[in-house]
Structure formats: C-alpha cells, structure tokens
Design a protein around this ligand. Sequence first.
Ligand code: ZN
Length: 385
Amino acid sequence: MTSQTIANTPTPDQIRRAPKVLLHDHLDGGLRPGTVVDLARETGYTNLPATDPDKLALWFHQAADSGSLERYLETFSHTVGVMQTRDALVRVAAECAENLAEDGVVYAEVRYAPEQHLEGGLTLEEVVEAVGEGFRQGERRARENGRRIRVGALLTAMRHAARALEIAELANRYRDRGVVGFDIAGAEAGYPPTRHLDAFEYLKRENNHFTIHAGEAFGLPSIWQALQWCGADRLGHGVRIIDDIHVRDDGTVELGRLAAYVRDKRIPLELCPSSNLQTGAAASYAEHPIGLLRRLHFRTTVNTDNRLMSHTSMSREFEHLVEAFGYTLDDMQWFSVNAMKSAFIPFDERLAMINDVVKPGYAELKSEWLFRQTPSTSGSVTPEG
Ligand SMILES: [Zn+2]
C-alpha cells in the first residue's frame, strides 16, 4: 500500500468533514428524539411509546428494524403526530438543517408530504411556509456555527391518496421560494405511479422537476412506469434495477434494456443503503447493489431516507460503505458530485457547488496526509552497537 492510498482511505472524522450532498431524506423521518418528546408535551400528543428520549430513540430503531411493515409505519404516525402546528414544523425543519450541516452535508433536498400536517388546522400553504421558514432558520444557525448548508424542499404526495395534482400545483407555486421539486411516496404495491399521471403531466408542462419512489420493495415494472409513463427525473431508491443486470460466471455483465436505459440516460438513483437493509431490499452492506452499480457507472447517489428510524446520517452511510467496499475519498467525491449534478436547483448553481464547494473540500482532505506530523527526532534514536 502506498502512502497515497493510505491517505485516501477516509477516517470517520474525515468522512464527517467531507462535503456531502443529500437528495433523499424525509423530514418526518429525521426528528431528534428529544424534540419528539418536547413537541408531544407541548401539543398534547399522548400516544408516544416512551417519553425518555433515549428509550424513544431505541423504540424507533427497533420498530423500523422489526421487519413488520405495520410497526415501521407506526413510527411515522408518532413523528407526523407531533408535527401538526406551525411552531412544531418550524422547529423540526430548523433542526433538520442544523443536524445535516453538523454532519458535513452542504446541500440537501428534504421531502415531506404537506397533506399529512393538516390535522391541527393548518392549510397546505401554511405548512409549506412553516417548513421553509424552519430551513432558513437552520441554515442561519449553521452559518453562525461556521457551517454552510443549503436546503431545498421536495413536496411529496402520497400514492394511496388522491391529492397528487393539488400537491404538484402547490410545488409549482412555491418553486422559487424554497421548493425545488415534487415526489410521490407510500406503499408501491397496488398503487402504481400511473394513478397520478395528471400530476406528472402538469409538472412537465410547467417545466418542473420530480422524483418518484420506485423500485424499492417493488421491482422493474415500477421503475419502468416511473420513467416511461410518468417521466421521472430521478428514481427514489431504484435499487431493484439490479434485477435487470446479469452478472455471468466469468464476471462479465449484461444489462437488460431498462437497466441500459437508466445508465445511458444518466438517471440518478437515490440509493439508501441502511433503509434498504431494514426493508429487506438487501441482506448486508457488502451485498448491497450499490457496489455493482457504482462499478458499472450508474448515476448512483448515497442517501439517508429516514435518519431517526434507520439510526443513521450521511456520515454513517459512508462509514458503512467505506468498510464494505473499501471506498476512498475519491469515491466519496464521485458520489457527492453525482448527487450535486442530479439536484433540482439551476445548472449554474449546481456547477458552482461542485467547483467551489465539493471539489475544494475533497482536495483539502486529500492533501492532509502531506502535512501530518513528522515524528520527533529528539531522544528516540536507538543507539546501535
Ligand atoms: Zn424515501
């Protein structure tokens, strides 16, 4: 091993300091456990399974890890349950931006479903404005702590509901005020994205951007529909594209038509390794399709999905991948540039983020080995003879 390759294997501290780009993170999946407890008390929410923050964090993680969809979904009923007032939304969004900045994320697109936050009497517009104000507050506080982050919102519509067009219109109305795109989420089976064609066609006519949760639990037909019927710019997960890739015994690889299309068209895959392990889409980090997809130069990106439920962060995701695949700072930079290229903000701003923030950040980290402390020469020389 040369000193250059040693220098390129990132330490946990370097992983945290490296500029990271996050495209797939749910606002209601990333609350601080202590905040859930506070907000439950303030808003009179009495259904929490525990009121001690540590116990609650453990409960969230175990419920999400249980393999039971019912228990997994129950976790969101609690986070969404305490996010029904303006103050709660502002606080959760501000803390989200702060936490991500603290973790070294420089650009994030965080998604949430406005229709899930109306129980306390807020309107859809009030929800979007509260979350937007929270993100701006969080960005400001991060800056005061010497960190820079930019957070854009994606408005999600729920697959099983019938409000997709209304939410798409909402996303379009707020597109120059912090909302950068649209998403559709919820159970894939039984709810194909084609149910919401009117929303996607509307967004295309408005020259707007959207991603679709597809190819997570459900396979290739879901990915195919999201791309070829709905026109998605990116795939939320898309990990099942692996089903259309055949590795022969001699190690050569054959791509099916759909996988070839995804790679040829540089369709971004919003991969979420820890989340996929919890939902059974992969058995271990080492077996996660991200290894092969990265090798085959798909437009792969690394994401957190639900930081609270998966007990993760961008740094943790990269720590797992560094351990499983021996990734270096160059690989981390490749994933981060991929994600930045795939963001929904304007092209010139993406380019500036890549050239002025991401690449210089990695160059700085990669140069650190040059300045490592030379061992002292005084008193430590063993006398010979
Ligand atoms: Zn997701």
